[in-house]
Write a protein that binds this ligand. Structure first.
Ligand code: GRG
Length: 277
């Protein structure tokens, strides 16, 4: 089982503090929705996506403060997607991260609106960045990644297919859109925050694509579904290892890539123990 080096604990705790600070405190008249938004985010996610944003930014010479807002915005969007995905009209799940799902705790209407609130807050946060060219780039990249040509589109494909009769290219397309785009964009957001050049951005995007793909293969192994309809768990792990090797090749030209390589190994070696923390 891989664990993240304790070295990442500092970044993770600063991420938690920033998320706590950016989320509205429950006020008297809107207590419930703000509580639901906080519950959906501050309940123990692994923070893989925002950590990727911070680590990529630092690898490319940027500093953590520059990447903190985009990193948190991405985690808010991820949290919204989980809240909506858990709703009765989609997956109808009772538990998430070992606790009641948002709609089980607050009711469907508040959970739906909490998701809407998180998505909107994410874009508001990006708008508060001082550098308007970065605001423009981040809004464009993130909105493309999570809209109907990205995550939402992937979810639509997912609910439109017959899962017992899906072929591998269709499954890949669903994974790339539903999960891969946001992971790729988490990496790209770090590069944009650091002021990376076009070639660096292209490498980081490619790296993020491979990483998102490997993440989903491992997720399928842990869920016992998806890829396992086409191959054994052993073969799927071998496939994930191949994809991770391709991801690492994209990092060769970067000095100080050791933190990102360690995160990549963490994603590859996720096991039952650390998958759903
Ligand atoms: C509802 C618009 C909309 C989109 C939903 C991302 C998604 C699309 C649904 C989530 C369903 C799901 C469990 C997909 C598998 C991949 C995934 C996103 C796993 C959860 O990510 P982790 O492991 O979760 O990073 P934590 O809890 O650590 O944040």
């Amino acid at each position: 089982m891989a664990n993240l080096d304790p070295h990442f604990q500092g970044q993770l705790s600063r991420l938690e503090q920033a998320l706590d600070q950016f989320l509205p405190k429950p006020s008297q008249h809107l207590a419930q929705i703000h509580e639901a938004m906080r519950y959906a985010v501050l309940n123990g996610g692994k923070r893989i996506r925002p950590l990727l944003t911070l680590v990529v930014c630092e690898m490319l010479g940027g500093n953590e403060d520059e990447a903190m807002i985009p990193a948190c915005a991405i985690e808010l969007i991820h949290s919204y997607s989980l809240v909506h995905d858990d709703l009765p009209c989609l997956d109808n799940d009772e538990f998430r991260r070992g606790q009641l799902t948002c709609h089980k705790k607050f009711g469907e209407a508040i959970a739906l609106l909490a998701g809407d609130g998180l998505l909107t807050l994410a874009f508001h946060l990006i708008s508060t960045l001082k550098d308007s060219s970065k605001v423009h780039r981040l809004l464009k990249e993130i909105s493309e990644a999570v809209g109907t040509f990205g995550m939402v589109g992937g979810q639509v494909m997912d609910i439109s297919i017959d899962k017992t009769d899906v072929d591998l290219p269709t499954l890949d397309a669903i994974h790339i859109h539903k999960t891969g785009q946001l992971i790729k964009t988490s990496c790209l957001a770090g590069a944009i925050s650091a002021g990376a050049n076009a070639e660096e951005e292209a490498r980081i995007s490619k790296f993020g694509e491979y990483l998102g793909f490997a993440f989903q293969i491992i997720d399928d192994i842990l869920d016992g579904d998806g890829y396992l309809r086409f191959m054994s768990a052993h073969e799927a792990r071998a496939k994930a290892r191949e994809v991770i090797a391709q991801a690492k090749k994209e990092l060769k030209s970067f000095e100080n890539n050791s933190d990102l390589i360690q995160m990549t190994d963490f994603i590859l070696n996720r096991s039952e123990d650390n998958a759903r923390r």
